[in-house]
Ligand binder design. Structure first.
Ligand code: MN
Length: 392
């Protein structure tokens, strides 16, 4: 049976760019946008034009350069913001807008000073007004996961009526647990049955404050969400957003379990990650799944021995599938004789068993003194062992 297509909205250049300390300059944003298009994102959210003239100009530049992906912008739920957003993105081949408003009691009372009815009216008006300009209008419920579910049902039904295309259910503060999020998504779809047909659709926008952004995105898909909003390397406000690469590679790696696919060209992931790390000056953590520098590196002897026999013993993904050149076997104190022998052979030395044992002993002495042993050091150990052979 054909898998269901999940849409990917990348918000690296909007939510990701809101990461503390990050400021991607306009020409880098353009290069990143072109790479995101090659990566195959369905929609790229590239800015919030009402925030500054620079932001407006960067959005305009990207809008003029992207052909295949939708180019989206966000706006507060008011006509002035929507007008500015429209001016910034109107020349895109496929323009798109996502107005937003906070829906939770704490945001309504403490931040907006508005009642439920006022929030509902602003949301409906924003969608209707935006639809006069845009064919595709999304709408985001900020802090949706701390909102009364019955209010979310009411809001969703009202903006569907007003002509919305995608509804973002935002876990803005990274608070909800996966089973709860699954039930919330399912509950909205059950009460607004038109969502069952797949258009309009629900979208999940998850943050990673408790480390659950990717898990929450996946359970949203399983419960009927048709779109995920995510970023490269998981960058974003505070602890960041759901990682595009994590969500996509779960669907790919566990295609035996998930009945969903995306349009992402996974071989472009590593290149995109490296580019975004450079522009943001934030390198992924070494142990970050898929894109971290240790994600495909093996040092423990038993693991190295398994890897040399068959990669699948200790890797669930082939690094080539995400564009990482090779798994790395790093020689250190946990490395075993088999990995050491392969390394010696790869450096084109031919040693007898006795010489190899001697070299391995020397190597172990070195690993007691330093964390990793590089090729040059192994070369000198081999040369020493070989020259020693003729002198006694
Ligand atoms: Mn966000």
């Amino acid at each position: 049976m054909a898998k269901k297509r999940i849409l990917i909205t990348d918000t690296t250049l909007r939510d990701g760019e809101q990461s503390p300390g990050v400021n991607i300059v306009a020409d880098e944003k353009l290069r990143a946008a072109k790479q995101l298009e090659i990566l195959g994102v369905d929609n790229m959210e590239v800015g919030f034009p009402a925030t500054s003239p620079d932001e407006f100009k960067a959005v305009q530049m990207i809008a003029g350069a992207i052909e295949k992906s939708f180019v989206g912008v966000i706006a507060r739920a008011n006509r002035k913001d929507i007008d500015v957003a429209y001016d910034a993105v109107k020349d895109a081949a496929k323009p798109r807008i996502e107005p937003f408003i906070s829906t939770s009691p704490i945001h309504r009372e403490m931040k907006l000073g508005k009642t439920r009815d006022e929030v509902l009216k602003l949301a409906v008006d924003a969608v209707s007004y935006a639809r006069e300009r845009f064919e595709y209008v999304d709408f985001a419920f900020e802090d949706a996961t701390r909102t009364e579910p019955d209010f979310l049902y009411e809001l969703t039904a009202a903006i569907v009526e007003a002509g919305v295309c995608g509804i973002s259910i935002c876990d803005t503060v990274g608070y909800i647990q996966p089973p709860e999020f699954g039930r919330l998504i399912r509950g909205i779809i059950d009460r607004v049955p038109v969502l069952k047909d797949g258009f309009p659709y629900l979208s999940a926008h998850c943050h990673n404050d408790l480390g659950l952004a990717a898990a929450n995105s996946l359970i949203a898909i399983e419960n009927g969400a048709r779109r995920i909003e995510c970023t490269i390397n998981g960058i974003g406000e505070r602890a960041g957003n759901a990682s595009l690469e994590q969500v996509v590679m779960n669907l790919v790696t566990r295609s035996d379990y998930f009945d969903f696919e995306t349009g992402i060209q996974t071989k472009e992931i590593f290149k995109t990650s490296t580019m975004i790390a450079g522009f943001t000056e934030i390198a992924p953590d070494a142990m970050r799944p898929i894109v971290g520098k240790n994600a495909f590196v093996h040092e423990a002897g038993i693991h190295q021995d398994g890897m040399l026999k068959d990669r699948r013993t200790y890797e669930v993904m082939d690094p080539h599938d995400v564009g990482v050149p090779n798994s790395l076997i790093v020689l250190g104190k946990h490395s075993g004789r088999n990995a050491f022998k392969r390394k010696v052979e790869s450096l084109t030395f031919t040693l007898t068993d006795e010489q190899l044992n001697a070299a391995f002993d020397e190597f172990k002495v070195l690993t007691g003194q330093q964390k990793q042993v590089v090729d040059n050091e192994i070369t000198s150990i081999c040369e020493k062992v070989l020259s020693g052979a003729g002198t006694h």
